[in-house]
Design a protein around this ligand. Structure first.
Ligand SMILES: C[S@@+](CC[C@H](N)C(=O)[O-])C[C@H]1O[C@@H](n2cnc3c(N)ncnc32)[C@H](O)[C@@H]1O
Length: 263
């Protein structure tokens, strides 16, 4: 791991957030009707029954003291030990981000969704609830964690397909099937070079008007730099920095635009 891949500590994180706030606009700064409509939806709370079901699951996981031992794909397969409660506390999306994911899926109504980084299935639940009829594949590199996620998601009544594989292997195999996902969410292995590589691979698996969402774009210097390179990609028409996540909209023939928004 290079220095720029080290996660920001509390001070650097606060500075990064202050920098974000100083650039962030609101509804008045948006001239694109599509982004304006998306922004307004992002500010709305998801339905109460969705919030309650996912929060109940997250809280059950927060009380679960079972410990899993596994080779961590985000740490070059070094063997680590983590309790379910630690994963639920430290790795999975809190409701503030869940809301953004839910409303993004609701807005674009993608029929074919790919998530890289399942963990316990909480972010998959937010997104799949927003469009339960969508085909939804979520990829997780640790078998024991993938099994927990599959149990959690089927317990919520969602037909999410949880696949156990390393991202690179899965992306490589998927290429030959030309799957044409119209929505992809990347949330694992938050390092600059792997993120840029996954983004390149994902580009060959998506449809023309797809949406790609990147998590933790302000996690480290490396992730901020990866985000800057990605938004400069000529196939990305609209990019939106929401601090916790970044949204990339692929559209042909649309002038490139970037937004930094506090939602
Ligand atoms: C931050 S967690 C995902 C959290 C989840 N999206 C949520 O919010 O509920 C990242 C997950 O990705 C998995 N992961 C990281 N790098 C991976 C890789 N290269 N291949 C497969 N899985 C990986 C980790 O095991 C971990 O469970």
């Amino acid at each position: 791991m290079t220095d720029e891949d080290l996660p920001y500590g509390p001070v650097s994180k606060s500075l990064s957030y202050l920098k974000f706030l100083s650039r962030a606009g609101n509804a008045h700064s948006i001239h694109s009707p599509q982004v304006f409509a998306l922004y307004n939806l992002l500010r709305c709370a998801p339905p109460k029954e969705v919030r309650n079901a996912i929060e109940l699951l997250r809280k059950q996981n927060l009380r679960d003291k079972r410990v899993l031992q596994y080779p961590d794909p985000g740490k070059d397969l070094q063997v680590v030990e983590n309790s379910i409660r630690h994963m639920a506390k430290s790795f999975v999306k809190k409701p503030v981000v869940g809301k953004l994911l839910y409303q993004t899926v609701r807005f674009f109504e993608p029929s074919k969704i790919l998530e890289l980084g399942t963990s316990l299935g909480i972010s998959a639940a937010w997104q799949h609830y927003a469009n339960p009829s969508a085909e939804f594949i979520s990829v997780e590199g640790v078998k024991a964690i993938a099994d927990e996620a599959a149990k959690n998601l089927s317990g919520l009544g969602l037909k999410t397909q949880v696949e156990c594989s390393l991202f690179n292997d899965w992306l490589h195999l998927a290429k030959s099937e030309n799957p044409e996902f119209n929505y992809v969410y990347l949330d694992g292995h938050h390092k600059k070079l792997p993120t840029l590589k996954y983004f390149e691979s994902v580009k060959s698996l998506i449809s023309k008007n797809a949406v790609v969402v990147l998590d933790d774009i302000h996690w480290s210097k490396g992730m901020e730099s990866a985000w800057q390179e990605i938004i400069a990609d000529r196939d990305v028409a609209i990019s939106i920095d929401l601090f916790h996540i970044g949204i990339l909209i692929f559209r042909e023939g649309v002038t490139k635009q970037h937004f930094t928004l506090f939602a």
